[in-house]
Design a binder for this molecule. Structure first.
Ligand code: SF4
Ligand code: SF4
Length: 117
């Protein structure tokens, strides 16, 4: 493998390690370390009967950011802490997730007090 390609791969690996590390620190401040395993496939998105984007709750929990904007009905953005109130806990997003991630546990936190901790 050429030296330039090795250098590029090393730099990309370091950048990924830093990104994962900073997300892990944020996720550790909540009880949602599982969010690090979401690979944002979006399989959970089309099944929501309320037009929510369940993966946004996962990203918000991973970054400990209840104010992260999320689309509702694909039209307007609201903070995830407000979008959570529209969730009816049907569980369809968790059933659609290939990893069976506990998405509703992040939503429940927001419903309770608008935070992830
Ligand atoms: S549990 Fe909530 S976010 Fe998940 S599909 Fe049902 S209404 Fe949508
Ligand atoms: S289906 Fe699961 S892995 Fe895919 S984006 Fe949704 S929560 Fe993440």
């Amino acid at each position: 493998m050429p030296v330039d390609e090795v250098r590029r791969n090393v730099m990309a690996s370091l950048a990924l390690a830093v990104l994962l590390g900073s997300n892990a620190v944020k996720a550790l401040r909540t009880r949602h370390l599982w969010t690090l395993t979401c690979y944002e496939c979006q399989a959970c998105q089309p099944v929501c009967p309320r037009g929510l984007d369940p993966a946004r709750f996962v990203v918000a929990a991973r970054t400990n950011n209840p104010d992260l904007p999320s689309q509702v009905d694909g039209t307007h953005d609201v903070p995830v802490r407000e979008a959570a109130r529209l969730c009816v806990r049907c569980g369809l997003c968790e059933q659609a997730c290939p990893l069976r991630l506990p998405i509703m546990s992040a939503i429940d936190d927001l419903k309770n007090d608008g935070r992830f901790v």
